[in-house]
Design a protein around this ligand. Structure first.
Ligand SMILES: *Cc1c(COP(=O)(O)O)cnc(C)c1O
Length: 390
């Protein structure tokens, strides 16, 4: 099986699992237990991991709130800001190409009385900065724009967005899930006040993530969305997932250490993958060709429906189409349609996301599999036949 779906989730790095194991067996303490050594050991381990996670994004350890993942962190940021600042206003601005965790939290904010502006990106996937500035109103409190898109890998100009928010005194929240651990990313430097990210997209375990919350210049206030023992500065009650946190810390430390080398290697592999795939007749790249993650590419193969193409891979190759299955139908990717692709074009697009464990030979085999599958699906397509007769 060739796994080119690393933007959906990454396998755990064995070095991460190794650091986690003692916290299931020999050191099973509760990090809040103050009366015995088991508790102290767990507390020390969490402290170290918090430092490692903070280090990855140039933050202070106090600015890291552990959550169950990026979805929870996105929800806490958006709904927590709304509840904290709604006396000032209740207008939110986001981008139509955000992850569902952000879009659905914004929809919930609307149910709670907020107004949401969903900006369409430019065809290359980047936000239109003039449109962003024009959308700001006196009652705007929050801008939520992701750092790197999970489907296309397109990077947003966070520094420029940060400058606009600073000028207007707005809180800037960013879903940094695909960015953290892949490219250098410092919310403080970019003017991002809240940033969600997660361990399982950076070779750590599933079920553990974090929200960065700026503590100074400005200190962002949030209302908790979950109540209990007052853990994580009262922002996220619940016994800490010590093995998960330790694994997240180790994953962050490895990602930081190996970031430059991995990004360079994967960028090389991605270039050759892309060059070969773009030789397929009519194939074209979705999204900005320069401002993007080094390991992701999203390509449209017109007249080759992506679900049918992927069906031909059997167990040999894992990719993603970005389509979402609802009870009634398969919806085309909301990211690609927001960028201006037709439903047919979106349904004929495939995402390739490489990772730390992707081997050079696997890329060559993936190219052969995709080219063959696209050709076969097109052979069976009346639309392709008509196109060729034109
Ligand atoms: C995967 C992903 C999420 C969800 O993360 P979980 O930790 O699985 O909740 C949110 N945002 C983006 C951009 C993602 O890629």
């Amino acid at each position: 099986m060739i796994y080119l779906d690393n933007n959906a989730t990454t396998p755990c790095d064995p070095r991460v699992v190794e650091t986690m194991l003692p916290f299931f067996y020999d050191q099973p303490g509760n990090a809040s237990s103050r009366n015995h050594a088991w508790g102290w050991m767990a507390e020390d381990a969490v402290k170290k991991a918090r430092r490692q996670v903070a280090n990855l994004i140039g933050a202070d350890p106090k600015e890291i709130i552990f959550t169950s993942g990026a979805t929870e962190a996105d929800n806490l940021a958006i709904l927590g800001v709304l509840e904290q600042y709604r006396r000032k206003g209740a207008h939110l601005i986001t981008l139509a190409t955000e992850h569902k965790a952000v879009l659905d939290a914004c929809a919930r904010a609307e149910q709670l009385g907020a107004t949401v502006t969903r900006l369409l990106p430019r065809p290359d996937g980047q936000v239109d900065l003039e449109a962003l500035e024009a959308a700001i109103r006196p009652d705007t409190i929050l801008v939520a724009i992701m750092w790197a898109n999970n489907e296309t890998g397109v990077l947003q100009p966070m520094q420029a967005i940060g400058n606009i928010c600073e000028r207007h005194g707005l809180i800037l929240m960013s879903d940094g899930t695909q960015m953290a651990g892949k490219l250098p990313c410092s919310p403080r430097e970019a003017g991002v006040h809240l940033m969600a990210f997660t361990a399982h997209k950076m070779y750590g375990p599933k079920g553990i993530g974090a929200l960065y919350v700026s503590r100074r210049q400005p200190k962002v206030g949030l209302v908790a969305q979950q109540y209990g023992g007052g853990h994580e500065q009262g922002l996220r009650s619940g016994t800490l997932n010590v093995p998960g946190i330790v694994g997240f810390g180790q994953a962050a430390a490895i990602a930081l250490e190996e970031m430059a080398a991995t990004a360079e290697r994967l960028n090389g592999l991605r270039s050759s993958l892309e060059a070969e795939l773009l030789k397929v007749p009519l194939a074209r790249l979705n999204g900005h060709s320069a401002h993007r993650l080094p390991h992701t590419t999203n390509i449209c193969f017109p007249y080759a429906e992506s679900e049918a193409v992927m069906m031909r891979f059997g167990q040999q190759l894992a990719l993603s189409s970005g389509s979402a299955c609802t009870s009634a139908s398969v919806e085309p990717s909301h990211v690609l349609t927001a960028m201006g692709l037709s439903a047919d074009e979106a349904h004929s697009s495939l995402r390739f996301s490489l990772g730390r464990f992707t081997q050079t030979e696997e890329v060559a085999r993936a190219v052969a599999l995709v080219r063959e599958a696209v050709a076969k699906v097109r052979q069976a397509s009346p639309a392709w036949e008509m196109y060729q007769e034109k």
